[in-house]
Design a protein around this ligand. Structure first.
Ligand code: SF4
Ligand code: SF4
Length: 181
């Protein structure tokens, strides 16, 4: 079973800053109130392993292609997380970055530095890892077939690992959310 339907979680809408921040706080409180996080921690370890596996591969291609890009994809809206991303940050022991919701959502991402993203991959929204623009995909496709197959396999394994993490956390969140009603 690959992936997980993250629409079961609440939506983080940056156009409503109070609610955005309140929901992020609720995730932290849920982690703090949770008793047994064993399955979540185990799933988080596998998630981290997959990130560590795919990161050098992606890095090697973005280093090749991105410096020549005329339409950089890193807009502020893309650097803002969905609810599941924040679950991932907590499970991996990261703090949640301080999001600036006053910025133009279509302007450059606040985490864009002069040499690329300032955040470690595991502290970025998931979309920042799975999004591959056409020039990047072409570059991977024209490489050796075995390289491309390996890339697909790593993307699927990462999606699966994230799915397992969300599956492990969802019942904990569900119980917590119902306790607030
Ligand atoms: S991933 Fe693609 S669109 Fe984004 S900066 Fe790199 S080349 Fe440009
Ligand atoms: S990769 Fe980094 S700079 Fe680019 S959108 Fe994601 S968080 Fe922002």
């Amino acid at each position: 079973m690959i992936g997980f339907d993250t629409s079961v979680f609440p939506r983080l809408d940056p156009r409503h800053p109070d609610s955005f921040h309140e929901k992020i706080r609720a995730i932290q409180e849920c982690f703090e109130a949770a008793g047994d996080l064993g399955a979540v921690k185990q799933a988080a370890r596998l998630f981290l392993e997959e990130f560590d596996r795919i990161d050098p591969f992606i890095q090697s291609y973005t280093e090749l292609v991105c410096p020549f890009c005329g339409t950089v994809c890193c807009a502020q809206i893309h650097g803002l997380p969905e609810f599941a991303d924040v679950i991932g940050f907590h499970a991996l022991g990261h703090s949640v970055p301080a999001y600036d919701l006053t910025r133009d959502l279509n302007g450059p991402c606040q985490f864009m530095g002069t040499r690329g993203c300032l955040l470690p991959r595991t502290q970025r929204p998931y979309r920042c890892t799975w999004y591959f623009c056409d020039p990047l995909l072409v570059q991977i496709e024209i490489g050796p077939t075995s390289h491309y197959r390996h890339f697909i396999e790593m993307v699927q394994a990462l999606a699966q690992a994230r799915g397992e993490l969300m599956r492990a956390f969802f019942p904990i969140w569900d119980r917590y959310a119902k306790s607030l009603l």
